[in-house]
Design a protein around this ligand. Sequence first.
Ligand code: DNO
Length: 384
Amino acid sequence: MKMSFRWYGDGNDTVTLDEIRQIPGVETIVWSLHHKQAGEVWETAEIEAEIARITTIPAEAAARGVTKTLDAEVVESVNVHESIKLGKTVLGLSRDEAIENYITTIQRLGRAGVKVICYNFMPVFDWLRTDLWHPLPDGSTALFYEKAVVDRMSPEQLIADMEASSGDLTLPGWEPERLASFSELNAAYVGVTHADMYRNYKYFLDAIIPTCEEYDVKLGVHPDDPPFDIFGWPRVVSNKEDLATVLSLNDSPYHGLTLCLGSFSANPEHDAVDAVTTFMDRIHFSHVRNLKHYPNGDFSEVGHRAQEGDVDTVGIMTQYAKAGYTGYIRPDHGRHLWDENTTRKPRPGYGLYDRALGIQYLLGVWDAVEYKAVDPSPRTPGTL
Ligand code: DNO
């Protein structure tokens, strides 16, 4: 297993690579070119520049004695253009053009050494919460989903609310360009069924998987968050049966999951540990986090420790460790701690402290199962 950490890029994240290097156990940076719109080709020079930024220790850090390097093997996300999900031209792009561009991007990422691409197949927009800074009883804040708000609000109102409370940083999945075309997209989805979505999904996979195989890049689809239809749009990666159906659309081992156990567990009937064991050999990347359900359908994100919420993070990590899982794992959505809301102004869910704590907890469980004794041979004096 490789422990990873999501980073949004220089000037686009309040966490620095220098800070991430200091979190014990992190090997991989999960990155993206966040300025790229769905459907656009990623330029080789931009890919190489970002990878160099991640993998090179800056001179200033080297002068302080820093030698720990990070790799850039996971990209989250290369967003799928709506024409692909809809199977028709929308927002000025045909699905075949969008697929062609996706293929070019896979080739370029593969050549640059990327091993996994995470993406989602959610109609219109990505994850949804109603409060990005919900106060928790311990004084921290976290992302919160209030069912009654979603039930009574229009998507337009929710978009306005999310934009207003996200601070200066654009929320991934809620990019202004995507939201500007909201009415056209909303209209394009009228009458689109789950079966249509699966048919279009298969068309997409069949077109791109040969490139993934050739360039040794694995694809991991992220489950719907939350895992049910919202605003009448057909979501097809929500429950266990959906995951099985999605995987059956193409048998290649290069087509797999980014099993986000927080998203999956937002339906209280879902069994996260069972999903891990069932799909183990097709999980290329996993997001592990915790949340707490309320009887009225609301849920709150909480710390990673199993006892904090309803997701069995111990069971999840135990299964991964027992199976000798070789994919990538990252902690997910942290709470906002120790005044970081005001001092650091992080991206909602992507501050430094709680994700760093979360990693130590997840690794603690892993190590308890999979502990390898430290090499007892004598060290050269002065080295670690
Ligand atoms: C939320 C993230 C998602 C995820 C995309 C993948 O915090 O987990 O936005 O990156 O759904 O395409």
